[in-house]
Structures are given as structure tokens and as C-alpha cells.
Write a protein of this length. Structure first.
Length: 322
């Protein structure tokens, strides 16, 4: 009987995965395995591996004796040793087209909450007060802002669609986007340095890779416009949190809104969690019943396709099998 190993998951059950794999005669083995010591025996004889947040490192991939595919529950795939999988001719697939609307909605919720100071004003009223909970100059209209988008993939473009209704100036930085394409979307193409210097709000929508990891650091934060706001619903390791903390404490940045962190979860004594000008959520921007179901059914379907030697979409490490 073919076997699919699910390394870890945050769902209550695996009912959607069973609904696709059980009728095909595929066995599911699963755990909440996060260390190589627990992952290796789970994946060693699996015909397909599905993973969420586990560190599927080089040793874990090399232990896969029969795997036809590694599938990531999600868009990012930086927790998988894709280069080693390529050496072993194992395709790595992601699910790039789920939760687009959810993450775009979450981004807009963060932007509007920060510009309209919803946290501070709500707290002010909960304390029995009336009127503004912040100085008037901290209340911003989005139409008067310049929003800098770093990354213009599926989610970034969907954020732009929403932003255009509020009529801010939108500048974007993405090496894969042309000037003409940016203009057609209602944006201005910019260099990273110019975007940081001109934007009142900077929002991150790029993948984590060697070029982007730690891109928001002490140096880039210093280049950001004084009084600007940082939004990150992308990947946690895009931002050096110590440098961000310093920029917020100094007042150079007016605020930040974060759904992702490095590490996750952040330490409970992180200064960011105690700052009144920081909004946080626990990596839940993608969450909705519809998105979760699509994610899980797609991942199970990719595993089944690999077992059946069918062509695989969404291969991210360049391994194409006949």
C-alpha cells in the first residue's frame, strides 16, 4: 500500500486528506514531528511527504528512500532543503494559489488599523474616555499616504487591487516586474532604496530566499522615511526583529504590524509584544475555512498525483519527471 507521511499540521483532524487518499488506497502516517530524529523514521519509506512547519533539512531529505514528492502546506517552501531534493530527483511542490484574498484582506486590515490608530482609540474608550486616544497628527487618511510594496506576486497584486480604492500613491519594487506592467496595475516601479525613502507605509510580499532574508535590517530601516510604518505578512525572516525594535524605540518608525516572526512564536518577553504602536497576530493571515480546505485538498492531491506518476504542477525546485 502506498504511504503518505504528514510530518506536522495545525489542523484539528486530517479529514480532508483522508477523503482524497483513502479511496485511492493510500495509507496516511502522521505525527507532530519537528526534529530530524523524529522526522527521519517517519519519512524514510514514504512514497510522498507533506510538511507544514517542520524543518525538512538535508539529513531528512537524504533519509527519504522512496519519496516521489515533497509537498509544502503553504506558499513558502524555505523549510525544505530544495537543493538536496533536486540532487535526489525529488520534486518539491507548494500551493501558491490559496489564501490570496485572506492575506490581502489581512494586509489591508493592518494598514487601516495602523493609519486610523484603531488599537489606541479602542483602548482609550475601553478605559472610560471619549475623544481621540492619540494626538491628532497621528491620524492619517490613506489617500494622503505613499504605500511601498516590496514584492508584486499574486498576493501583492491583490493588495494593490484593494489599495487602489483608497487612492494612495503606490510604489513597487520587484525585479520581475516591468515599468509598463507596474503602470498597468496603477503603480510606480521603484528601486528599493527610493521606495524605503519615500513610503509612509512599507508592506512586504516577497518570498524568503538568499536575496531577501534579513532585507529589513538596521541599514534599511535607517533609510526608511521618518515616521513610517512597516507591515509584514510575508515571511518572518525578512525582518531583523532586534533592529526593528530599536527603530521603533527611537521613534524613527511610527509603528509596525506583524503576522510573521523569526523565530515563531516570538519569545514571550519580546519588547515588540509590549509596544503600544505594534500590532501583532500569530501567523494567521491565511486563515479561513475555504482557504484551509483548498490548501489541504491540493496538498493531498499533489501527493496522490506523484504516487500515480502523473505530471506535477507547482514544482519549485526544477525537478520535472516524465
Amino acid at each position: 500500500m502506498p504511504k503518505v507521511a504528514i510530518t506536522d499540521f495545525t489542523f484539528p483532524t486530517l479529514e480532508f486528506e483522508h477523503s482524497i487518499l483513502d479511496p485511492a488506497g493510500v495509507e496516511i502516517v502522521s505525527g507532530q514531528c519537528k526534529t530530524p530524529e523524529s522526522l527521519i523514521p517517519l519519512v524514510a519509506d514514504a512514497d510522498a511527504v507533506i510538511t507544514q512547519f517542520a524543518d525538512v533539512n538535508a539529513d531528512v531529505v537524504r533519509a527519504m528512500q522512496t519519496a516521489q514528492v515533497i509537498v509544502r502546506y503553504g506558499i513558502g517552501f524555505d523549510n525544505v532543503a530544495c537543493d538536496v531534493a533536486r540532487e535526489l530527483n525529488i520534486p518539491v511542490c507548494n500551493v501558491p494559489d490559496y489564501c490570496i484574498d485572506e492575506v490581502a484582506d489581512h494586509t489591508l486590515a493592518f494598514i487601516l488599523s495602523m493609519t486610523r490608530q484603531l488599537r489606541a482609540n479602542s483602548g482609550h474608550m475601553h478605559q472610560g474616555n471619549w475623544g481621540l486616544g492619540v494626538p491628532l497628527d497621528q491620524m492619517r487618511a490613506l489617500r494622503d499616504q505613499t504605500v511601498g510594496m516590496i514584492g508584486l506576486g499574486r498576493i501583492g497584486r491583490t493588495v494593490v487591487e484593494r489599495l487602489r480604492a483608497f487612492k494612495p500613491r503606490i510604489v513597487v519594487c520587484d525585479p520581475l516586474v516591468s515599468v509598463e506592467e507596474a503602470v498597468s496595475l496603477g503603480c510606480e516601479l521603484s528601486s528599493l532604496e527610493a521606495l524605503l525613502a519615500e513610503s509612509d507605509i512599507v508592506t512586504l510580499h516577497c518570498p524568503s530566499n538568499d536575496a531577501t532574508r534579513g532585507m529589513i535590517n538596521a541599514g534599511s530601516l535607517e533609510k526608511m522615511k521618518a515616521g513610517s510604518i512597516l507591515i509584514n505578512v510575508g515571511r518572518g525572516d525578512l525582518v531583523a526583529l532586534d533592529a526593528l525594535t530599536s527603530a521603533l524605540k527611537s521613534g524613527h518608525l511610527a509603528g509596525a504590524a506583524l503576522d510573521v516572526f523569526d523565530p515563531e512564536p516570538p519569545p514571550t518577553d519580546s519588547p515588540l509584544l509590549a509596544m503600544s504602536n505594534v500590532m501583532v497576530s500569530s501567523h494567521i493571515a491565511s486563515a479561513s475555512p475555504k482557504a484551509a480546505r483548498k490548501l489541504r485538498e491540493t496538498a493531498a492531491g499533489l501527493a496522490l498525483a506523484a504516487i500515480n506518476h502523473e505530471p506535477l504542477p507547482n514544482v519549485v525546485n526544477g525537478v520535472e519527471k516524465e
